[in-house]
Design a protein around this ligand. Structure first.
Ligand SMILES: Nc1ncnc2c1ncn2[C@@H]1O[C@H](COP(=O)(O)OP(=O)(O)OP(=O)(O)O)[C@@H](O)[C@H]1O
Length: 299
């Protein structure tokens, strides 16, 4: 029986390169229309996972499914587009010629003008590919990846060569593309990119799943948020039982409540205690702190 409800499924997938175990019993599924960030330190297995999804590598064990079929079937049907780390462009062709050449390979491609506009290349249409800057060439790679109007778009560190301005333009293009109900999976080292541009963050470390959820959930699970206030001489008893609280520290008259749910903790503090709460500060874990904690835990 083939399930068609998920765009992507990894079912107990492992991948060895000789003695190196790059992906270790990874199971996950991605619903259609989701934008997922794949986050992990160097060597975590991100590129290997993307190559498995594209059918460029076969799993040592387990199964990878794309819309219920094999990756090879999905690629043949033009369902997948990919922007890998260093895809070569033909330097003599103009941007327009190159994109048109590739789009004509697909059964149901996007229109040339639409592609140029989507990748913000209209003004560079007549420029030879060999004369583009690194960031402009990445935009061309993006146009080539979406030329066949794939249902699933895979991006391996797409903004690695881009300056701030190019990054902004690139993410705007990605969101335009994803808005049509397409599934996007992008690998990144940039926490803020994962936080800002995905519906879901999957953290892998040493080939295993370290965390899976929205950026907000991952931050909360890492328990890095805290509510602090001036306790003075008041008793600290019971603070550790407030909703969401994972640990309490009292030092120099200040109480710090580490919490997985600051809203619930504050509510409990005001309604459930008779404390006089002054000098309140809230500190949130950023995704970077959560990520470091998660990937450290899995070592
Ligand atoms: N062709 C290969 N032969 C042998 N080992 C490999 C090969 N490709 C990757 N590896 C190893 O597999 C592990 C996972 O590598 P992978 O490239 O998937 O990680 P990554 O998360 O994409 O890393 P990065 O962030 O550095 O791009 C690493 O230990 C890497 O050294």
């Amino acid at each position: 029986m083939r399930s068609t409800s998920n765009a992507v499924e990894f079912d107990h997938v492992s991948k060895h390169y000789g003695a190196v175990l790059a992906v270790d019993d990874l199971s996950l599924s991605i619903e259609p229309g989701t934008t997922v960030a794949l986050l992990g330190p160097n060597g975590a297995g991100k590129s290997t996972s993307i190559n498995l999804l594209l059918g460029l590598l076969l799993p040592s064990s387990g199964a990878v499914r794309v819309h219920g079929g094999t990756p090879a079937e999905a690629v043949r049907a033009g369902q997948m587009g990919a922007m890998l780390q260093n895809g070569a462009l033909i330097p003599e062709l103009t941007v327009k010629e190159l994109i048109d050449l590739v789009r004509r390979l697909y059964p149901d491609p996007l229109a040339l003008d639409e592609l140029l506009s989507l990748a913000d290349l209209t003004e560079l249409a007549g420029r030879r590919a060999g004369r583009l800057s690194g960031g402009q060439a990445q935009r061309v790679r993006f146009a080539l990846a979406v030329a066949g109007a794939p249902r699933i778009l895979l991006l391996d560190e797409p903004t690695a060569a881009m300056d701030v301005e190019s990054r902004l333009r690139f993410w705007a293009s990605m969101h335009d593309y994803a808005a049509g109900g397409r599934t996007v999976l992008f690998a990144t080292h940039q926490m803020e990119e994962a936080d800002e541009h995905s519906d879901r963050v999957i953290v892998i470390a040493r080939g295993r799943l370290a965390a899976d959820g929205t950026a907000a959930q991952i931050k909360a699970d890492a328990g890095g948020q805290a509510v602090s206030f001036v306790l003075g001489e008041q008793p600290a008893a019971g603070l550790d039982r407030l909703p969401g609280v994972t640990a309490v520290e009292v030092a120099g008259g200040t109480a710090t409540l580490h919490t997985s749910d600051p809203d619930a903790t504050l509510d409990g503090l005001y309604r459930g205690t008779a404390l006089d709460v002054r000098g309140l500060t809230l500190t949130g874990a950023d995704l970077e702190a959560a990520f470091l904690q998660l990937t450290r835990e899995s070592r």
